[in-house]
Design a protein around this ligand. Structure first.
Ligand code: G6P
Length: 373
């Protein structure tokens, strides 16, 4: 009903506007007075956490892209390898699992059968499983050794939005907790990252408040395009994958997301006049040399006639040279940028789908949770 949608036209629109709250609420109650991370609900002993020497994330769809984002942060902070595996591929490849492997099952619904089967396999092999889940008491957390709940609130629209940002936050809390117990970061560093995380809801809100008009105009401009490319590098890569997934899920547009560095190894062959190419541009600050590389990727597709849409940091003076339109993100640390960069891509998919007259909450052929293998 209209009341359930809180005045919004669709659940998806409502849920995108709940991105800031989902991030905020997932951070709530996870720190002590000193600012250290306390994951009381996660009933795995600190000694067991200290012994973990590898993480394997298993998930499907959007949750798997949250896992890909987490890989960049956790490897950087904790210095242990993090693999991300689609849950349905996982157990059929005879993965290497030991008691020192932590398998992290990410699932909004907690009912995805592929993910459930993957975690059962991991436990049979003697690994510990921690679920990152948005649904209290669902099957995946019940069958896991531990659970870290995301507090995004119920997600009704089939295409996942606020759960994605909450999953990233939960995985980051896990990474920071591991860094804390394994002493791979100083307490000061952890406190600084936590402060930066706490600043993210306001930055997401700013994107919602200031970029929605540009996104809608872009959706109108690109409504007749029959395919879209999305590219990004480093943490921008999973964001590109998620942007591509959203658009195909609800606007039924053929999309491909890929790592920006792959452009010259294949996808550039697809670029012809008018092809929309959405590019996640990393910050130009500091020593981030990736910025120049991604900018030259935009230049290359632009030279071939692409219609270029960039997601870039406010104040980036290079991006305007080659981008036809820019969705601006407030300044934030690179590792946290997916939390804001995905927001205009969620809005873009929403706007394209509703301008085409589709049911954005219930796209054809898809289910909110897939409880068969
Ligand atoms: C289905 C949904 C996707 C979701 C995926 C994983 O395919 O349509 O939106 O990302 O399942 O769902 P989960 O509940 O495990 O996060």
């Amino acid at each position: 009903s209209a009341a359930e949608k809180g005045g919004w036209d669709s659940f998806m629109e409502k849920e995108i506007h709940e991105d800031p709250t989902a991030v905020n609420d997932t951070l709530l109650g996870r720190f002590n007075q000193a600012g250290d991370i306390v994951l009381d609900e996660v009933r795995i002993e600190p000694d067991v956490f200290r012994s973990i020497d590898k993480i394997i994330v298993v998930a499907c769809g959007t949750a798997s892209y949250a896992g890909m984002v987490a890989k960049y942060a956790i490897e950087h902070w904790v210095r242990i390898p993090v693999e991300v595996e689609l849950a349905h591929e996982f157990r059929y490849r005879d993965p290497i699992l030991t008691p020192r492997t932590l398998v992290v099952a990410i699932s909004q619904s907690g009912e995805t059968m592929d993910t459930l089967m993957a975690l059962r396999h991991a436990r049979e092999q003697g690994s510990r499983v921690l679920a990152i889940c948005n649904t209290q008491g669902s099957t995946i957390p019940r069958e896991s050794d531990a659970v870290l709940y995301t507090h995004a609130g119920p997600e009704i629209a089939v295409a996942s939005t606020k759960a994605f940002v909450a999953q990233i936050v939960a995985a980051y809390l896990l990474g920071l907790y591991l860094a804390q117990v394994k002493n791979t970061l100083f307490a000061d560093e952890i406190h600084q990252i936590v402060a930066q995380l706490k600043a993210m809801p306001a930055k997401i809100q700013r994107v919602l408040d200031t970029q929605a008009g540009t996104v809608e105009a872009t959706a109108k401009r690109l409504l007749d395009a029959h395919s879209f490319l999305f590219l990004g590098r480093h943490v921008g890569y999973p964001v590109a994958m998620e942007g591509a997934l959203k658009l195909k899920e609800i606007a039924y547009t053929f999309t491909e997301g890929f790592a920006a560095g792959e452009l010259k190894h294949g996808p550039i062959a697809l670029v012809e006049a008018g092809e929309p190419v959405v590019v996640i541009v990393p910050s130009a600050r500091g020593r981030d040399t990736l910025h120049n590389k991604v900018i030259s990727g935009i230049e290359e597709v632009k030279a071939r006639g692409a219609y270029t849409v960039a997601v870039a940091e406010e104040g980036d003076s290079d991006v305007g040279k080659y981008a036809d339109v820019v969705f601006w993100r407030p300044e934030c640390p690179t590792l946290l940028s997916p939390l804001v960069d995905v927001v205009p891509l969620q809005l873009l998919a929403l706007d394209m789908a509703r301008l085409k007259g589709y049911d954005v909450d219930k796209p054809r052929n898809l289910a909110k949770s897939v409880t068969v293998e």
